[in-house]
Design a protein around this ligand. Structure first.
Ligand code: TRP
Length: 458
């Protein structure tokens, strides 16, 4: 067993780290999920509370994870083990790192399938499928894609092969370079769509939906969704920020870079809302349609707009880019782990991760197509989980992510010696104190509230 630092990779600049971490954070969560949960929860008030959670809880936990990575200088599990030893606490605390890695990997098993939807829609858009589509046919297009195991398998396999190729190629020439090329492209496409949407749709209605809070629309449930999403969208508790932190040079400010990552992720989410809702309102469609917002509501609007094929294609290219750069990040943690643990080459580790991912991903693919072995009909604390996909999604996103966030906060706030966290954060006294209050009290209390809600307490 070789548990020493594997590769000693380092980001070529601070900007490169911020860009890669932003690429990991910006994904389906920003463009697919955020707009629809905002739509379901009434808009402005939800957005406001979400912003509060991002900056009061998300950012401090992000700093905690980057800190664990940089000080531990290895993949998440080993990093946490080293720090536990360093602070003289029980080695069981290493679970902080292992669980994140596990949660990230489980999320990735279905994330690649949804990324496959985006890829499939990109191809459909380019072929002109959305020209003249109507309410009935839009449902048929979506239903037949989701129900077709071979189609889902085909597109998710392409996504997985793509991530293996990028990550296998190495840190500098694969991961860093891919992010540097794809992220700017993603941002340019997003801005183009937002400008076009503002011109052609109802920008005023969208802006007032997103920015004027109406607290009577906000429920307890909505508050908790906002908190859960703050973790999901920043890619916290998934091993990603720990592994990316482990490549961060010593002198870099964790405080400053973390704030930048969160700001960039938030701006993308808001701009995605400003790109989608003007179109939705401008064409008289409903904002609260749920997960189908992007795959069913939006194509209807594209059909009603001029330049249907081009607009729809550009939109789905952007969605694929967002999902792909997140998938690369997710696989990186397990690749680094396999290299460390088994002394494999980067290619070997990437292919192994990809193969395991593909195999577990079959459960999600067949859950959608309705194969009998995936229909488990579980009941998880009163929450019905009809398929294996529902179980993986719910348990990873709503249980493991908050739990991992709780552990990272407690680990850095209470378990690691103050002297060490102070050294890593290298912040002024008051900034350090604010951070400490957040990871010691605010984050744990908020997360425990999520769990109480999950258990049906309220
Ligand atoms: N942040 C990603 C998004 O918004 C989703 C995500 C959660 C993720 N955990 C992750 C991405 C780990 C990469 C790695 O879509």
């Amino acid at each position: 067993m070789t548990t020493q630092q594997p590769t000693h990779n380092r980001w070529s600049s601070n900007f490169s780290f911020v860009l890669a971490a932003t690429a990991a954070a910006v994904g389906l969560g920003n463009i697919w999920k955020f707009p629809y949960i905002m739509g379901e929860n009434g808009g402005g008030a939800f957005v406001l509370i979400y912003l509060l959670f991002i900056f009061m809880i998300g950012v401090p936990v992000l700093m905690a994870e980057v800190m664990i990575g940089r000080r531990g200088r290895s993949s998440p599990g080993f990093a946490a083990r080293k720090l536990a030893t360093e602070s003289g606490v029980h080695p069981a605390w290493q679970v902080t790192g292992w669980m994140g890695m596990f949660a990230g990997f489980m999320i990735l098993t279905f994330y690649t399938v949804i990324a496959g939807w985006a890829l499939s829609y990109m191809v459909k858009a380019a072929r002109g499928t959305f020209v003249g589509i109507n309410e009935e046919t839009v449902g048929v297009v979506f239903g037949s894609m989701v129900g077709s195991a071979s189609e889902l398998l085909f597109f998710s396999t392409i996504i997985i092969v793509g991530t293996v190729l990028v990550v296998g190629k190495g840190f500098k020439h694969g991961l860093e370079r891919a992010v540097r090329l794809l992220m700017p492209l993603l941002l340019v496409l997003l801005v183009i769509i937002a400008i076009y949407a503002a011109n052609i749709g109802d920008f005023g209605a969208a802006a007032s939906f997103i920015f004027s809070p109406n607290f009577s629309e906000l429920t307890t449930q909505g508050v908790l969704i906002a908190l859960g999403h703050a973790f999901f969208t920043l890619s916290l508790a998934s091993g990603v920020m720990i592994i990316y932190g482990s490549y961060l040079p010593k002198g870099t400010s964790i405080v400053r870079t973390s704030i930048w990552i969160a700001v960039a992720d938030t701006v993308v989410a808001i701009v995605a809302g400003l790109a989608i809702f003007p179109i939705v309102f401008g064409y008289g469609l409903e904002p609260g349609e749920g997960p189908g917002l992007i795959f069913q509501t939006l194509p209807l609007a594209f059909a009603a707009m001029p330049f249907t094929t081009i607009t729809a294609t550009v939109f789905f290219v952007m969605l694929v880019l967002a999902a792909f750069t997140s998938a690369i990040a997710m696989i990186e943690a397990s690749v680094a782990f396999i290299q460390e643990q088994f002394g494999m080459t980067r290619w070997g580790a990437a292919i192994t991760s990809g193969a395991v991912l593909w195999l577990i991903g079959l459960a999600t693919v067949f859950s959608f197509s309705g194969a009998a072995w995936t229909q488990i009909d579980w009941n998880f604390f009163g929450k019905p989980l009809p398929t294996i996909f529902d179980a993986i999604d719910h348990i990873a996103s709503n249980v493991l992510l908050p739990l991992g966030g709780l552990m990272a906060a407690v680990f850095t706030g209470w378990v690691m010696k103050t002297q060490f966290t102070r050294e890593e954060l290298a912040a002024s006294g008051s900034v350090y104190t604010i951070w400490q209050i957040c990871v010691r009290y605010l984050a744990p209390i908020a997360i425990i509230l999520i769990f109480l809600q999950l258990l049906g307490v309220f």
